[in-house]
Each structure stands twice: as structure tokens, then as C-alpha cells.
Design a protein around this ligand. Structure first.
Ligand SMILES: C[S@@+](CC[C@H](N)C(=O)[O-])C[C@H]1O[C@@H](n2cnc3c(N)ncnc32)[C@H](O)[C@@H]1O
Length: 305
């Protein structure tokens, strides 16, 4: 969890945003009627972790597909927002297309409901042949609702598992899922959300234990989460020798805070955070008997050992 709150203020579109330590607060764009401001804000910071997610999660889905044959594979995207990762996994599109789409003049004047309809048509023409089913979870009610109406999410739940037990409807929707994914969410969610979700996912009739694929910023500890996952028989591995750009820092305050945290952790920021970018590590958790193939092989990367 983010602690030690050191509030400063920055300006965004005329509104004041408060900053938590090490990370600007983007809450004003998390829960709007449609994703245009979300994409506009994050495009300006070269937010790109969903792009890495598209590549990495797609490879994992491919690897898991052997188990399901022709049946669609079920993914639970946690901190799903407006359904960004879902759109990238299900449809022939990419993050650049989405940034261009939501920033386009042609769509700027559309009311939110008309945009959701236009998105449903846009996505409908681009469905991948073997698109997974994606269930989204996020605290932002309007964002989740948009994700469902636009067709990006197959189902969506606005629940806060940091604070509450999941509803039975959420529990049933995620039971038996094959893969849990997270980009940009660790820090907002802790082991509490993972534990509550895994209780539901593993309650499916087949008793399947999902793979858990998470990008987490390098200065945020993943230890408590991997400990919690181990209670469900999951072994967590970090992809070694490779980090992923998340976005540029908004300002020097963010940068300096992160550099200090990394120094305390003994992590070398050279060419990464000290060059102005948040970097994330990638963690994959699998049941031990399914963890034989190295992550690098699954992702088509050269092996480090
Ligand atoms: C940086 S955004 C990441 C969204 C998306 N995954 C992406 O990469 O574009 C963080 C998201 O976490 C959500 N969030 C914050 N606290 C949460 C919680 N307790 N449970 C679920 N989602 C939460 C926010 O509403 C927001 O949509």
C-alpha cells in the first residue's frame, strides 16, 4: 500500500490533483462517463504498460489455450478501468490506435452514450478469432459500466475487495478463470484483493487454480502478494533481466521520490527511472506442476540462465 502521504498539488485541465508519494493521483480521470480524458491524460505521459500487457498476456493466453481447446479462455482483469487491457486482448487493435481514436476530433463532440455505441461497432468489426472472455474488476463504477457497454468487457464489477468481501455475482463470474491480469494496479490493490478473488476463482467446479500475471512498479514490493498467492499453491517468478516502461514521471517530485525508494531497496535506476520513466517488473504465478516452462520461453525471449 502507498503510505507516508506527502501531499503536493499539480494542475490538470484546470482541476487540482493531489499527489500521493511517488505517484500522481489520477482519480479525476478514473471514473468518468467515457474514456476520452483517461486516454488524453495518459497519452501525454506516454503511458504504455497496456501495450506490454497485450504482448505478454497474449503469449500466456496462447500457452493456456492448449488446456481449453476451442472453448474461450476466461481472463479476469483486475483494475480494469474502461476495459483497456480487455480491448487489446480481444480485438485487432493496439494502444496507439486507441490513443488516436479517443483523441480524434471526429469523436470529440459525441455524447458518452453515442461514443459507447460507436465503440461497440468499432470493436465488433475487429474481434480476434480466438478472443478470450474478459471479466473486469475495478472500483470505478462508471468506467466499468463503459467497458461493458462498449463491448470491451464481457462482464464487469465495480467492487472494492480491499474493503469488502466480493458479491456472489462477482464470485460466480470469475469462478474457474484461467488467468488473472493486472497493469497499473498494484499499490491500489494488495494481497487482500488477490486473496478474496482467488477464493472465488478456485471455487469453480473444476477447482482450477489460475495463472496470475502482474506488472508492478519496481519500487513497490510484491512480496506480500506473492506470499498470499503461495497459500493457493501458486509459485511466483519474476522475469529476470527485463523491465517494462510504464510511463514518464509527471515531474521531479515523482522522480526523486522513486529514486530514493529504489536506493533504499538497493535497485539500480541507471538508464531507467533516472532517465525519467517508471519501470515495472513482470511477475508470473503458476501452480508448481504447471511451472516447468521458463517465463522467457513463454514470452519468446532469450533465457537468462
Ligand atoms: C492506473 S489505472 C490502470 C488501469 C488499466 N489497468 C491500465 O493499465 O490502463 C488504476 C486503476 O485502478 C483502479 N483501482 C483503484 N483502487 C482499486 C481497488 N481497490 N480495486 C480495484 N481497482 C482499483 C482505479 O479505479 C483505476 O481504474
Amino acid at each position: 500500500m502507498l503510505t507516508n502521504v506527502r501531499r503536493i498539488k499539480i494542475k490538470h485541465n484546470g482541476d487540482v490533483l493531489h499527489q500521493k508519494p511517488g505517484k500522481t493521483n489520477f482519480e479525476l480521470v478514473y471514473d468518468l462517463e467515457d474514456p476520452r480524458e483517461y486516454f488524453g491524460t495518459f497519452r501525454g505521459l506516454d503511458y504504455c504498460i497496456p501495450s506490454h500487457g497485450q504482448r505478454v498476456f497474449s503469449s500466456l493466453i496462447e500457452a493456456r489455450r492448449e488446456e481449453t481447446g476451442k472453448k474461450p479462455l476466461r481472463v479476469v482483469d483486475v483494475c480494469c478501468s474502461y476495459g483497456v487491457n480487455a480491448a487489446l486482448l480481444k480485438y485487432e487493435t493496439n494502444l496507439e490506435d486507441l490513443y488516436a481514436r479517443y483523441g480524434s476530433e471526429g469523436l470529440a463532440a459525441l455524447p458518452s452514450e453515442a461514443l459507447a455505441e460507436a465503440d461497440a461497432a468499432f470493436y465488433g468489426e475487429r474481434r480476434r478469432e480466438e478472443a478470450p472472455e474478459v471479466v473486469g474488476l475495478d472500483v470505478s463504477r462508471k468506467a466499468v459500466s463503459y467497458g461493458v457497454r462498449s463491448g470491451s468487457l464481457d462482464a464487469g464489477f465495480a467492487e472494492n475487495l480491499e474493503e469488502n468481501e466480493p458479491t456472489q455475482t462477482l464470485c460466480r463470474a470469475v469462478a474457474g478463470a484461467h488467468l488473472l491480469t493486472v497493469t497499473g494496479g498494484v499499490g491500489y490493490i494488495t494481497e487482500r484483493t488477490f486473496g478474496r478473488l482467488l477464493d472465488c476463482v478456485t471455487s469453480g467446479p473444476e477447482g482450477r487454480i489460475p495463472w496470475v500475471a502482474v506488472f508492478a512498479l519496481r519500487w513497490v514490493s510484491y512480496e506480500e502478494i506473492s506470499d498470499a498467492l503461495s497459500e493457493y499453491g501458486l509459485v511466483t517468478e519474476k522475469l529476470e533481466g527485463h523491465t517494462f516502461t510504464q510511463r514518464r514521471f509527471t515531474d521531479d517530485t515523482e522522480r526523486e521520490y522513486v529514486l530514493e525508494e529504489l536506493e533504499k531497496m538497493g535497485v539500480d535506476p541507471s538508464g531507467k527511472e533516472d532517465a525519467g520513466w517508471y519501470h515495472a517488473d513482470f511477475y508470473l504465478s503458476r501452480p508448481i506442476e504447471e511451472a516447468g516452462t521458463p517465463i522467457e520461453t513463454l514470452l519468446g525471449l532469450p533465457t537468462t540462465s
